[in-house]
Design a protein around this ligand. Structure first.
Ligand SMILES: [Zn+2]
Length: 431
């Protein structure tokens, strides 16, 4: 190599790239939110013509106000998130925490687990005020919150305990693999991670969800007969139909089809059953079954596994590069393992870059929603599905007039007008 063309310093290059991606990402996020707020506000005065018969002006305006309030809170979250991210990385937060714990605990597994644990606890504490605000100010203001402070605290305590009980052993195992299984550790860690996620699919609905909500078998015989008939018609067999006390926390309504193998079950929120007719519940369930018929769930799981393999391989490489640490504001340990640092830096830095491909996944998800709608229309009726969806959109105060570009970037579900137009086989009306 000649002296006149020096190698660019990879550490400095990473710092630049990271800063540029973070800044660009933030600018795009702020721009999109501003567009969404403007668009919704400018359509606040009138219900779109297609919904004039079914949605009242009051409901339309509530949806507009709720959407705008959420977007404003989102702006604050983004700004805080970026500041915290910079604090951990380039401003030296993670490096300092690591040094403190080294001085206190010495090197070894205890220190590494301590670092992961301290990071999660500090991050959780920073997020706490916003999470409280979201439930007790935002959701409360629009009449959605049903939680008491006591329940909120109990949830927090419970989920922290479960998180620690499950998370610490998993973290210890992955750290152990990083140190003990050689240069292909990332492959072993990925296999283990896959196995854990499959296990979670089975134990979440049967063991974890019941710690937070009550699940009682569906008792309404008419509805039960209808739903069973629908499932038979569609070639499904579920191990149970359950009603969940969603109203304990929120007025938002939902239904889902969960688990696989012996744990497969259909769960209706009590809030859903109280708002929809039996025909409409059928149509909503048929939509969920459509996701299974089109293998959306399995496709999502397979693509998640493929992406995590790429992620683990990348982490396997980056963890060996000193510029990966210094470029993100961390002094790697010279005499102790850097595995916990590598994991944390990777988790912090990845979303900054993956943000730019998020619209691809949102688009795929919207395509799946259209397919599930089409399936539901074939099995039940377009009329029932559309009245059900409109009730849900209204009850959740989802705006009928989102900014089209914001939808393209973020929405996992298409807007109501697009869905209804497709269902009834007409071209989408421009909103
Ligand atoms: Zn869906």
């Amino acid at each position: 190599m000649s002296a006149s063309t020096p190698m660019p310093d990879p550490s400095f290059a990473l710092t630049l790239l990271f800063t540029a991606a973070l800044t660009l990402g933030l600018l795009i996020k702020f721009w999109l939110s501003a567009r969404q707020i403007r668009h919704v506000a400018s359509h606040r005065d009138a219900v779109p013509a297609a919904f004039a018969q079914t949605i009242s002006l009051t409901a339309h305006q509530k949806a507009a106000d709720y959407t705008i309030a959420k977007a404003r809170l989102g702006l604050l979250e983004m700004a805080l998130g970026a500041a915290v991210l910079l604090g951990w990385t380039l401003l030296g937060g993670l490096s300092t925490l690591n040094q403190l714990l080294l001085a206190w605990l010495g090197q070894g597994m205890g220190q590494q687990l301590g670092l992961l644990g301290a990071f999660v606890v500090i991050g959780g504490l920073i997020d706490l005020p916003l999470s409280w605000h979201q439930t007790f100010v935002l959701e409360q203001r629009f009449g959605f919150n049903k939680m008491t402070l006591r329940l909120w605290l109990a949830d927090l305590l419970k989920s922290s305990l479960i998180g620690a009980l499950i998370g610490l052993p998993i973290a210890a195992l992955i750290l152990w693999m990083m140190g003990a299984t050689g240069s292909l550790w990332w492959l072993w860690a990925w296999l283990f991670w896959m196995g854990f996620n499959l296990l979670l699919l089975v134990i979440y609905p049967t063991l974890i969800a019941p710690m937070f909500n009550k699940f009682v078998p569906l008792e309404d015989e008419t509805l039960k007969a209808r739903v069973t008939a629908l499932m038979q018609r569609c070639g499904f067999h579920a191990k149970g139909l359950f009603v969940m006390d969603g109203s304990k926390r929120s007025a938002h309504a939902n239904a889902y089809f969960t688990g696989f193998g012996a744990a497969k079950r259909v769960v209706f929120y009590d809030t859903l059953l109280s708002k929809l007719s039996a025909e409409e519940v059928d149509a909503v369930l048929a939509h969920e079954l459509g996701h299974f018929k089109h293998k959306h769930i399995i496709k999502r799981i397979v693509s998640m596994f493929a992406m995590s393999l790429v992620g683990f391989a990348l982490l396997g490489y980056l963890a060996q590069q000193s510029w990966f640490y210094t470029g993100l504001g961390v002094q790697p340990n010279l005499f102790a393992a850097n595995d916990a640092l590598a994991l944390l830096l990777f988790m912090l830095a990845m979303p900054v870059f993956s943000f730019f491909i998020a619209p691809l996944f949102a688009q795929l998800s919207r395509k799946h929603e259209f397919e599930a709608d089409a399936y539901a229309v074939g099995q039940t009726s377009a009329q029932d599905l559309s009245t059900a969806l409109l009730k849900l959109y209204e009850d959740n105060a989802s705006t009928l007039t989102p900014d089209p570009l914001y939808v393209r970037f973020y929405y996992s579900h298409p807007g109501a007008s697009e869905r209804l137009s497709r269902m009834h086989g007409i071209a989408p009306a421009s909103v």
